[in-house]
Design a protein around this ligand. Structure first.
Ligand SMILES: Nc1ncnc2c1ncn2[C@@H]1O[C@H](COP(=O)(O)OP(=O)(O)O)[C@@H](O)[C@H]1O
Ligand SMILES: [Mg+2]
Length: 252
């Protein structure tokens, strides 16, 4: 962990930080992408995207379909390597990390929620939520105990013994959120987590996801094209044609 520069006073009432909601200038952010470029063949998915995420931050990444939101999330999470630019987690460049270390980082420090829960169909909901802990060699009883607590917290304790095919879409997304949070990640990446839900179920997922993240101190990078969903975040970053555009954000 990099300490803030010696002598840098915390921002007082008269000295707003450079970015609202972020740590004082000089402190190393938790996660940062700088001028990230990524192409798939001739398609430039990202052409200069930058995003800073501090501990406990909740940032919504907004933009129309095809603007590069998911690619930005994948680059920040170390799922897809950037062509150029830099992505640093706690001051370390993700690209220079050995693959095994990057995967361990994803398992231990990051949680993921996707549009369609992507639960393992053969496992019960309890086993799905316990899985990330089991992969970290936590004993079954302890892992399932923690999984059960998280299912309760996401108001789906009653479906613990059911398989994903036997529950509703809204329940499945809440199980997916429990699975993302069970390892106490520092960053939760959520890509259109409510995209397949009706508005009532979407609101419930967002309310529970943001409450759980606040309680545990996890930062959230929330990709969405819906203003109603983005409103749950503390601030917004807009992506257009692969570039982050601070000038387009309603709440920077
Ligand atoms: N794996 C891929 N292969 C080829 N093209 C891709 C791939 N992923 C994304 N793209 C393209 O990159 C652009 C940005 O995609 P994406 O990041 O998924 O946008 P969004 O999430 O904002 O809808 C789109 O033109 C998309 O077709
Ligand atoms: Mg997308």
């Amino acid at each position: 962990m990099t300490a803030p520069h010696a002598g840098s006073a915390p921002p007082g009432p008269g000295s707003a930080p450079a970015e609202p909601g972020s740590a004082p200038a000089g402190a190393e952010p938790l996660l940062v992408g700088e001028d990230v470029h990524k192409s798939f063949g001739t398609t430039a998915a990202l052409a200069g995207a930058s995003l800073r995420v501090d501990a406990g931050d909740m940032v919504a990444v907004m933009g129309p379909s095809g603007s590069g939101k998911s690619t930005l999330l994948h680059c920040l999470a170390g799922i897809v390597p950037a062509d150029s630019g830099e992505v640093r987690y706690r001051g370390r460049d993700l690209r220079s990390m050995p693959d095994a270390e990057r995967s361990a980082l994803r398992r231990r420090e990051f949680g993921f929620v996707f549009q369609f829960g992507q639960l393992v169909p053969e496992l019960t909901c309890l086993e799905n939520v316990a899985l990330p802990l089991r992969l970290e060699r936590v004993h079954r009883r302890a892992a399932e105990g923690r999984a059960a607590e998280w299912l309760d917290r996401l108001e789906v304790g009653d479906v613990a013994g059911k398989r994903p095919g036997e529950i509703s879409g809204g329940q499945a997304q809440r199980v997916a959120v429990a699975r993302a949070l069970v390892t106490a990640p520092r960053v939760v990446f959520a890509d259109e987590p409510t995209g397949a839900l009706d508005s009532l179920n979407g609101e419930r997922v967002m309310r529970l996801l943001t409450a759980a993240a606040r309680d545990t101190g996890a930062a959230v990078v929330l990709v969405t094209h819906e203003a109603r969903v983005a409103a749950y975040a503390d601030r917004e970053v807009v992506v257009r044609d692969g570039r982050t555009r601070a000038d387009l954000a309603v709440r920077a």
